[in-house]
Design a binder for this molecule. Structure first.
Ligand code: MG
Length: 370
């Protein structure tokens, strides 16, 4: 099987409601996603998607992905997509670094490998484990009233695990955390996600003032080193999300005991091929994971659900379906929100296929030389 053609689409994804994070520092009202289809000489096509959460959340932006794919295309055409690691090495030779640029192509290769094997993708990533995968909501920054209103909307959608974005105003956060904690019903899970907005001194002060709130606190500060400073001084379990970009970052996290939980997002680390290695190492180290992605349609979310579905309990903590926040999602089948839980599709491949007629003309097409 050889890759003959690469089609690339840009897809604007409006959010149903504007979204702020990091205590209101960063604002979003639409996402810019990149969809990739790899056509093969055997008439089978695989799909991939990469959608950073805007341009300000991570060192990644949508037009960078499309420019990067243009660089990568000559190295991809002619490759056997089922040899995912070989393709990945070819991408690394053609464009060192820039992991987020590689995620969509890598995803499409995994889709093709699973289609070719006639198995759902989770069976190539370690095998389907029993049970459903829990979902978490994503509650934007705001006043306590705005946050509790958003939690009610999420509850109506079935969510019982809430990731609430705080940060930016440490004094206000002390009260906000207490009010939101009181708002939780029995059986509900809560994570406070600061998205890098506190200084270590602020994180230590807020969390020690609220030392009786034993909730996971995610990415309070900017770097792993800063998290270590916080880790030594507070009792709450900590999660690292944005600062986990490479396997090397994970080794440092394990070596130093910087956190108990990580956010594992496919696009940020460079796609499924890298994410599954991080997943396996987290299992060995006893670190639980939110296994998800940074945005996108049902296609991108479903790929992450397959990785989560092949990750045993208790290491898979939750996943996130970004498309629950979109007004546009032109994808057939795929993972769905089943009252706050989901399962990887039983269909071969990722099991989520974009509606080509809804995508319009591709932005770019790259073909293998005859
Ligand atoms: Mg996070």
């Amino acid at each position: 099987m050889r890759i003959d053609r690469i089609d690339v689409w840009a897809l604007e994804l409006p959010l149903a409601r504007p979204y702020s994070l990091s205590g209101g520092r960063l604002h979003f009202d639409r996402l810019d996603s990149t969809l990739v289809r790899l056509d093969t000489d055997e008439g089978v096509s695989g799909w991939g998607e990469a959608c950073p959460w805007g341009s300000t959340y991570l060192p990644a932006f949508a037009r960078g992905i499309r420019a990067g794919i243009e660089e990568l295309a000559p190295a991809i055409l002619g490759q056997d997509p089922r040899r995912t690691e070989v393709v990945y090495q070819a991408m690394n030779r053609a464009l060192p670094g820039h992991p987020y640029v590689k995620s969509a192509i890598d995803m499409a290769c995994w889709d093709l490998a699973a289609l070719s094997a006639g198995r759902p993708l989770c069976d190539l990533l370690g095998g389907r484990t029993a049970g459903e995968v829990r979902l978490h909501s994503s509650i934007p920054s705001g006043t306590t009233a705005q946050i509790t209103d958003e939690i009610e909307i999420a509850r109506d959608q079935g969510y019982s695990f809430h990731s609430v974005k705080i940060g930016g105003d440490p004094d206000g956060d002390v009260e906000r955390m207490r009010s939101i904690d009181r708002h939780m019903a029995a059986g509900e899970e809560l994570t406070f996600d600061c998205n890098r907005s506190w200084l270590p001194s602020e994180a230590i002060a807020v969390l020690n003032t609220n030392r009786d709130l034993n909730r996971v606190v995610e990415q309070p500060c900017e770097t792993i080193e800063q998290h270590l400073q916080v880790r030594r001084s507070v009792s709450q379990p900590l999660a690292i999300d944005e600062s986990l970009k490479t396997l090397g970052d994970l080794l440092r996290i394990i070596e130093t005991g910087a956190c108990e939980v990580v956010g594992l997002k496919l696009t940020r680390v460079g796609g499924l091929s890298v994410a599954r290695k991080i997943r396996d190492l987290c299992i060995e180290a006893g670190i639980s994971m939110n296994i998800e992605d940074t945005g996108g349609t049902t296609l991108q979310a479903t790929a992450a659900v397959h990785l989560a579905q092949s990750t045993p309990e208790p290491f898979r903590r939750a996943t996130w379906l970004c498309f629950d926040k979109l007004t546009r999602n032109p994808v057939d089948a795929g993972a769905v929100n089943r009252h706050g839980w989901t399962v990887a599709p039983e269909l071969p491949g990722i099991g989520a296929v974009p509606d080509v007629t809804a995508l319009g003309d591709p932005l770019a097409v790259y073909r293998r030389d005859p």
